[in-house]
Design a protein around this ligand. Structure first.
Ligand code: AGP
Length: 600
């Protein structure tokens, strides 16, 4: 994972690099480092923990005589979290940072270089290997080309070599882009960050070796021209405004971004759907693929397709799909869902099915991502950049995308009546206003319920039918930001085992929309109460009495099948947020996580 940056020729190298690293912190925050360089020297500073530590440590470092800088923020994969394993790896001749994993580092260590055995980091081994090649070859360009031929894995490197005072960028699998204006060049693993500095950007392709020498950028591996694309600067997603955390800001942004997404779908993407996509959906099987929250969106999509169309549909975890055989006879369309478009498991699953000539769609919030470059069709979501590690607005936009897609496919295949199609579309069009009111009305209740949760050690989430993936997502949200032990179950499965977990120290959140399954959900709640478990019922039903038990039900707006995931997920996001706030955790950057998981 990790985030990398490189800058040449800026008046404020250190401050700009630290500023970019702070924006990259979503990719990991175990340790960080920078190397400043000019033709006679390299100066490196590293620290453990967040960028603020690095900032403190480099406070007195003057950058005015340096010509460039590289920097890194780390999410540990190979090697424990300590200063030594932090990037950049550097000596007096070479400094480098890397995002990704060098898979054959042990083989390199055995075959080529004599390195102390206590080295744990694949990138540190790569550093020693490149140093060795720089000694072996007269030309640094030759050393770099040989380095690239031998190393295996998914990576992006930013490298400075003092011998020829040159700056190199290498890419295979992991993203890296470069922007420039006049003589100043910025490289970064997240191209959206570069648009705050320059509006001309080039996204490196796999196998690319770019060299910047005397203010000129050229490709070393072939003579193809480097064409910088125009990139417009968007609104600043890093401004928290009146909110204490990005997560809360992003929860509140949902009505706005869902409205934007729906309007763009109505007027652009889903307009004239049959003409554009009839061939794409001429399949017998649909497989939805994602990880984490995006996988939960896939599961919700599965319920939509199952309800509105006659397609055979299933959901797969991207990290597991790659180990499964692909049915080559079946006509299958794969729909990948990924906020970042960079999640390595999802990207690899996409590349895997492509080997079998399968067609793919990517639903993503990042139009410049690797998955967009791999998939046949891209369906954008317009959630704007999501900074909080816990996905909220990106998730609901993914669900909206799948809701629209299932309706359009149903209309095209005539499995939905015209009036039902229109009715459902109207629900989606009016959803933003309903959610705006819901967020405002439910927030005090969320704070109250969050307090109740501090009485227990574990929390379970139950749902049936389309509420089941909502339960899974509610549970994931709670555990990732508050570290409370939590699991989600289909309501009907409780009696097959999980009910053994229930005692007075547990809280169970029953997601019980007021539909044909409502009574069954209440029975689940009662079974839990009978075992001294604490209960929260989320429902649009006003008050509930089952047998002799009066149950407290925070009332939600009346739902329909298609808007159920929105009406129930947002309250769960709020409850998790306020619970984590009470617990005092690092909500936007929870421990052990990163926003974009670019390792397998
Ligand atoms: C969301 O809250 C999680 N942090 C995580 O599960 C995330 O959804 C997952 O890693 C997939 O990311 P993607 O959508 O960028 O592919």
């Amino acid at each position: 994972m990790c985030g990398i940056v490189g800058i040449i020729n800026s008046n404020s190298l250190k401050n700009e690099a630290i500023d970019i690293l702070k924006k990259l912190e979503y990719r990991g925050y175990d340790s960080a480092g920078i190397s400043l360089f000019e033709k006679n020297r390299i100066k490196t500073i590293k620290s453990v923990g967040k960028i603020s530590e690095l900032e403190k440590k480099s406070k007195n470092l003057l950058d005015k005589n340096f010509t460039g800088i590289i920097g890194h923020t780390r999410w540990a994969t190979h090697g424990i979290v300590n200063r030594n394993n932090a990037h950049p790896f550097s000596d007096e001749n070479l400094t480098l940072v890397c995002n990704g994993i060098i898979e054959n580092y042990m083989e390199i260590q055995k075959r080529y270089v004599d390195i102390p055995n206590n080295i744990q980091s694949d990138v540190e081994v790569s550093f020693y290997f490149l140093s060795y090649l720089l000694n072996k070859y007269k030309s640094p360009d030759e050393a770099i080309k040989t380095f690239l031929k031998i190393i295996k894995g998914n990576y992006a490197f930013v490298i400075y070599i003092k011998k020829n005072n040159s700056f190199y960028l290498l890419k295979n699998g992991s993203p890296i882009s470069i922007s420039h204006k006049d003589k100043s060049f910025y490289a970064c693993s997240d191209s959206s960050i570069l648009s705050f500095y320059h509006n001309r950007i080039y996204h490196l392709k796999d196998g690319d070796i770019l060299k910047i020498d005397n203010d000129v950028v050229k490709r070393l591996n072939n003579n193809n021209k480097i064409i910088f694309e125009e990139n417009s600067v968007s609104q600043n997603p890093y401004d928290k405004g009146k909110f204490q955390h990005y997560m809360l800001k992003e929860i509140y942004e949902q009505p706005k971004v869902l409205k934007e997404t729906q309007q763009r779908y109505n007027s652009e993407f889903f307009l004239d759907f049959a003409n554009k996509f009839q061939k794409l959906f001429d399949v017998n099987k649909l497989i939805l693929v994602g990880c984490g929250t995006a996988y939960h969106a896939c599961m919700i999509g599965e319920y939509y397709f199952n309800k509105f169309t006659n397609l055979d549909v299933s959901s797969e975890l991207a990290s597991e799909l790659r180990y499964k055989n692909i049915n080559t006879k079946q006509k299958t369309l794969y729909i990948f869902v990924s906020q970042s478009g960079e999640t390595m498991d999802t990207l690899m699953a996409l590349k895997y099915i492509k080997k079998y000539n399968k067609t793919s769609v990517i639903i993503t919030n990042s139009l410049q991502s690797s998955m967009v470059r791999e998939a046949d069709v891209t369906i954008p979501t317009y959630a704007l950049k999501e900074v909080g590690v816990a996905s909220t607005k990106a998730f609901t936009c993914q669900v909206l995308s799948l809701a629209n897609l299932s309706l359009e496919v149903a209309k095209m295949n005539k499995t939905i009546s015209n009036s039902d199609y229109k009715k459902n579309l109207k629900i989606l069009n009016t959803l933003p206003d309903k959610l705006k009111k819901l967020i405002k009305d439910f927030s005090p209740t969320a704070k109250y319920l969050a307090k109740k949760m501090s009485l227990v050690n574990s929390c379970y989430f139950l749902g049936r039918n389309i509420s089941y993936p909502i339960a899974l997502e509610g549970s994931l949200k709670l555990k990732e930001i508050s570290y409370m032990h939590s699991e989600g179950f289909p309501g009907g499965e409780m009696k097959h085992g999980p009910i053994a977990l229930i005692d007075k120290n547990t809280m169970t959140v029953c997601i019980a929309p007021n539909n044909e399954l409502y009574e069954k959900s209440l029975s689940n709640a009662q079974e839990i109460i009978a075992r001294n478990g604490k209960i929260i019922i989320l429902s649009s039903a006003k008050r509930t009495k089952k047998g002799n038990t009066e149950m407290s039900v925070p009332s939600l707006p009346k739902e329909n099948f298609i808007d159920t995931p929105f009406i129930y997920s947002i309250p769960l996001q709020l409850i998790s947020y306020y619970f984590a706030l009470n617990e005092g955790t690092d909500i936007d950057q929870p421990r052990n996580l990163a926003k974009s998981v670019t390792v397998e």
